[in-house]
Every structure is written in structure tokens, then in C-alpha cells.
Design a protein. Structure first.
Length: 212
């Protein structure tokens, strides 16, 4: 029999040790997680939209509806302004809507109050038809008390442009329902609510007015 070199016997254990060491040096593979084995997804799912928090506006919405021709009918300019009101973010809330109704000084105090009230109620009716709850709306009648322009010229003649500007309804929509905030009403102003807020004091019959 042909003799086997000594190096052959030495190489066999070396190869065996090398194989064992290679197996021990192979890093262990991480065990599959539950989500990988079951197909579960994270709770932070990208396909689920998180609803955004609704934040009330920090400012009130204010504008003025004019009645330059007198009476209580809403003209096209007034309708355009009211549509802007209805599109505001404040209108979409449930916060109070204050309507301050004014007239010029052409007629008697009673007639001017009547004309201002007619305008305030016309605006309130439009807002209710646009979706505002009636109990949100409060109409405050100022009559001729708070003009924004002179009703008469320096020589005493009527200031027609000024009187047209004074025939108006000022709208304010509060940004949030206040706990203690109340509409400021002058002593001689009547307050009339279209909803459950009361209708204000009873008045004597009012005289008709053409422009007030």
C-alpha cells in the first residue's frame, strides 16, 4: 500500500475546525416580526386621513349693507355683499350675528326707527334663507342716532350723499360665542331679535317715511 503523507492527516482536522469556525461566525438572522409574518401594518397608516381640528376664527367678520335708495329692499350690491357674508368662515359657525340697523334723519324719530328696523329684518331674512339659524341673529335698531356722514350741508340743505350712506345695516359675526360679551346698545336704541332673544320694547305706531 502506498504510504499517505503526514500532511494529509494534519489537513483533515484543520479543515474540520475551519468549517466549524465559519459556521459559528455567521451572524444570526433576526426572527421575523409579527407584522412581517401576518401582513399587519403600522397603526400610522398612510391611507387613513387624520381629521384636522376645527379652529374658530380669531377675528369677527364685519361689513355694511347699504340702502342708498331708501326703503328696505336689497339691491344687487347688497346681495353681492350678503353672498360674501354667507361665504365667510364665521358664517359657517354657530356664533352670534349682530345686525345694527340705521337710517338718515329725513323723517321723525319713530319713522326713522321703523325704516331702520325694516332694513335690519330684510338682512336677517336673507341670512336665514342662506342657512343661518334664526336664534343666532339679533337686530339692533339705531334709527338716525349714529350717522357716518353729515345728514345736512353746512348751509342747512340736505346732504343727499351723506343721507344715502347713513341708510345701512352693519353686520358683525362674532368669531366665538362669548360668555359675558354683550352687544353694546345705546339707551334710546331698541333691540329686536328674530329668534328667541326677545323683540324689544313695544313702540307707538310709526309714521311712514320715504327715504329714512
Amino acid at each position: 500500500m502506498r504510504p499517505v503523507p503526514l500532511t494529509f492527516y494534519v489537513a483533515i482536522p484543520l479543515l474540520f475546525l475551519s468549517a466549524c469556525r465559519s459556521e459559528s461566525e455567521v451572524p444570526a438572522q433576526p426572527e421575523p416580526t409579527a407584522s412581517a409574518s401576518t401582513g399587519a401594518t403600522s397603526i400610522l397608516r398612510p391611507d387613513v386621513e387624520v381629521p384636522e381640528e376645527v379652529i374658530a376664527p380669531v377675528e369677527s367678520f364685519e361689513t355694511t349693507i347699504g340702502f342708498p335708495e331708501g326703503g328696505g329692499d336689497l339691491d344687487p350690491n347688497a346681495i353681492d355683499m350678503l353672498e360674501m357674508v354667507a361665504a365667510s368662515e364665521q358664517f359657517a359657525l354657530s356664533t352670534p350675528i349682530i345686525l345694527r340697523a340705521h337710517s338718515d334723519s329725513a323723517g321723525s324719530d319713530a319713522a326713522n326707527a321703523r325704516a331702520a328696523e325694516e332694513r335690519g329684518l330684510a338682512v336677517a331674512e336673507w341670512l336665514i334663507e342662506a342657512g343661518a339659524a334664526s336664534e343666532r341673529i339679533e337686530v339692533i335698531v339705531f334709527g338716525e342716532q349714529n350717522p357716518i356722514e353729515p345728514n345736512a350741508l353746512p348751509d342747512g340743505m340736505p346732504n343727499e350723499a351723506g343721507r344715502a350712506a347713513n341708510r345701512r345695516v352693519e353686520i358683525e359675526i362674532l368669531p366665538r360665542a362669548p360668555e359675558a360679551q354683550q352687544a353694546t346698545v345705546p339707551q334710546n336704541a331698541g333691540s329686536r331679535g328674530t329668534g328667541p332673544k326677545g323683540t324689544g320694547p313695544q313702540e307707538e305706531p310709526l309714521e311712514p317715511s320715504d327715504e329714512s
